[in-house]
Design a protein around this ligand. Structure first.
Ligand SMILES: Nc1nc2c(ncn2[C@@H]2O[C@H](COP(=O)(O)OP(=O)(O)OP(=O)(O)O)[C@@H](O)[C@H]2O)c(=O)[nH]1
Ligand SMILES: [Mg+2]
Length: 174
């Protein structure tokens, strides 16, 4: 089998939605209720094993969601092959502002594989965005999938990353 170089994936979304928490839990680190806001860009590295037994290194780029870091987006997105867009199911504006993130990514990278994530389902009683609304949005905007996650409870944390990698390596098969 052809040797596969590292695959770069970007985490996009507003401040406080749980991007860093998802990345850390995906890395095998413990969830922190006191995760600090990300200043600038962070990189995470993770080796994953595919179904055929081959190993692939993922580089996860994590950008602070606060608007003052947005000028870093072109650097943050350089070489990225797929994007995970995260919003918080309990905060309406984090869903509304997905459009801004889609614009930034599309302007920089064109149409690349993307997965939509609704995080914090462990506090589902505070949910504002109904699941079917997010699913429809994901379909309309050409996302490969919509996944609901909880970094806190470790629910579905690997799934969005694995959907992307499989798609990227399979050249189209999700
Ligand atoms: N209940 C709950 N809280 C979460 C979850 N994921 C993250 N949090 C909390 O939400 C807050 C923000 O999480 P971060 O991972 O720092 O969010 P972020 O998207 O990286 O934020 P920025 O770095 O500012 O862009 C922290 O207090 C986390 O503990 C989750 O699945 N459930
Ligand atoms: Mg962060």
């Amino acid at each position: 089998m052809r040797r596969q170089g590292p695959i770069k994936i970007a985490l996009c979304g507003e401040g406080g939605v749980g991007k860093t928490s998802l990345a850390k839990v995906f890395m095998g680190q413990e969830f922190s209720a006191h995760e600090k806001l990300t200043v600038g860009i962070h990189h995470f590295f993770k080796k994953v094993e595919m179904e055929d037994g081959s190993q692939v290194t993922l580089i996860i780029n994590d950008l602070g969601g606060e608007h003052r870091f947005r000028f870093l987006a072109p650097i943050f997105l350089r070489g990225v092959r797929g994007c995970v867009f995260v919003y918080d199911i309990t905060r309406e504006e984090t869903f509304a502002r997905l459009m801004d993130w889609l614009d930034v990514v599309e302007r920089t990278l064109g149409d690349i594989p993307k997965v939509l994530v609704g995080n914090k389902i462990d506090i589902g009683e505070l949910r504002i965005i109904p699941r079917d609304v997010a699913e429809k949005f994901a379909q309309d905007m050409g996302f490969l999938a919509y996944v609901e996650t909880s970094a806190k409870e470790g629910i579905n944390v690997e799934k969005p990353f694995m959907i992307l990698v499989k798609h990227i390596l399979g050249g189209g098969i999700g």
